[in-house]
Design a protein around this ligand. Structure first.
Ligand code: SF4
Length: 386
């Protein structure tokens, strides 16, 4: 393999050697999907927010977030804009929106590049670069480095990412605020409004981080067979679906006439099947979009026992719930009949209390109902937990 500059993203991409090779050895371009666009925008906004708070010496500035989000989404598609608004709304009311201005040292999205001996290089594009890192946010206080990585909710989180940034920070900031006692690693789970403590390591434990990183690099450098690995969890945002041999094989098996399609006998088979399901779902979404465009311009299309056409949907909506109740009672419907047919969801209760600025009463109001636990059929969700 030719000389390569590594990073945590590259190490992570090697979870699927085929994708790694297409990206970094063949230098194939991977179309940036919506998830990457949303993640990039949210990361950029959070970094700018932190710098703004520090520059202005304010602990928080929700108004700045509102204005910055409005500007950031103006050129985005409705789906992407909606998701950015949602995530930044959660960030605004989450624990990391309040900056601790008493912390003396903050580093926000600082770029570091290192040579083979892990010596910090002066330039990000230095010819001798062997590893690059950009940590979202790190602080140094009371001889402790805290590494915080913002997560917008997609992909699987890997503690190694925080160890990489911790080790790089120790190499890059040597001399500043030394001696240090330890590193604290955290994920800021933006979509869940919570900070997850991943662990605390004494400084004497950090050399092991380097061994872990070097071990991963050696694995990449020793790789001979760049086989696809659909179990890596990267398939949902991978841009090489069309050329992925594993997915092509799954597609052939599943679409074969008169022969059994998938058979799941091992965990590996099950992982392949879920990965294939995700591909099909994505393809169907793309197909629906282009059929929609065609039908909008040319009218209905009939085939395979189905018709694709635009239909007018009429939704009745009460203009006032109070008027409806009055009308029902006037019609002689008894209270208990109305009560057993009306349902108020937990979401509606939260909306009402939020509107009335009475979220403090949430437990009291929910106590008037009961929690029923049911096992739902298997569903497919975007993987986000470790
Ligand atoms: S679709 Fe999955 S298995 Fe195929 S190349 Fe992409 S990440 Fe690898």
């Amino acid at each position: 393999m030719t000389k390569m500059a590594y990073s945590f993203s590259r190490i992570k991409a090697f979870g699927c050697p085929f994708r790694f090779k297409r990206l970094y050895t063949d230098k194939g371009s991977e179309p940036a999907g919506e998830l990457a666009e949303i993640g990039g925008a949210v990361h950029g906004l959070i970094a700018r927010y932190r710098r703004t708070c520090i520059d202005r010496q304010v602990e928080q500035d929700p108004g700045w977030i509102d204005i910055a989000v409005k500007q950031a989404v103006s050129s985005k598609s409705e789906t992407v804009a909606g998701k950015i608004r949602e995530l930044m709304g959660k960030f605004k009311t989450g624990p990391m929106a309040v900056m601790d201005l008493s912390i003396p040292v903050n580093h926000i999205e600082e770029k570091w590049s290192f040579d083979k001996q892990w010596k910090l290089l002066p330039d990000w594009f230095d010819q001798k670069t062997r590893f690059r890192a950009i940590a979202d946010f790190l602080t140094i206080q009371d001889r402790i480095i805290s590494i915080i990585d913002d997560k917008t909710g997609w992909g699987q989180y890997d503690d190694l990412q925080l160890k990489v940034y911790a080790f790089c920070a120790l190499q890059a900031l040597q001399g500043e605020n030394w001696p240090l006692e330890g590193v604290s690693l955290k994920f800021n789970l933006v979509d869940q409004r919570k900070v997850e403590d991943v662990g605390f390591y004494g400084i004497d434990e950090t050399p092991a981080f380097r061994e872990e990183i070097e071990g991963k690099i050696q694995e990449i450098e020793a790789c001979k067979n760049w086989d696809p690995n659909p179990a890596a969890g990267a398939c949902s945002y991978c841009g090489f679906h069309d050329e992925c041999p594993a997915l092509q094989k799954s597609w052939e098996v599943a679409t074969r006439d008169k022969e059994p399609g998938f058979q799941i006998q091992t965990q590996e088979d099950a992982e392949r099947a879920v990965s294939f399901y995700s591909l099909v779902e994505r393809r169907l979404k793309e197909l629906k979009t282009i059929i929609d465009e065609w039908v909008t311009d040319h009218g209905p299309v009939s085939a395979g026992g189905m018709i694709a056409e635009k239909r007018i949907k009429k939704d009745w909506k009460a203009s006032s719930n109070e008027d409806i109740l009055t009308a029902l009672l006037q019609a002689g419907v008894e209270n208990h009949v109305i009560d057993r047919n009306l349902s108020i969801s937990q979401t509606t209760i939260k909306k009402i209390l939020k509107d009335a600025r009475r979220m403090d009463a949430i437990d009291h109001v929910l106590a008037a109902g009961e929690v029923k636990e049911t096992v739902k059929p298997v569903g497919f969700y975007v993987a986000k937990d470790k």
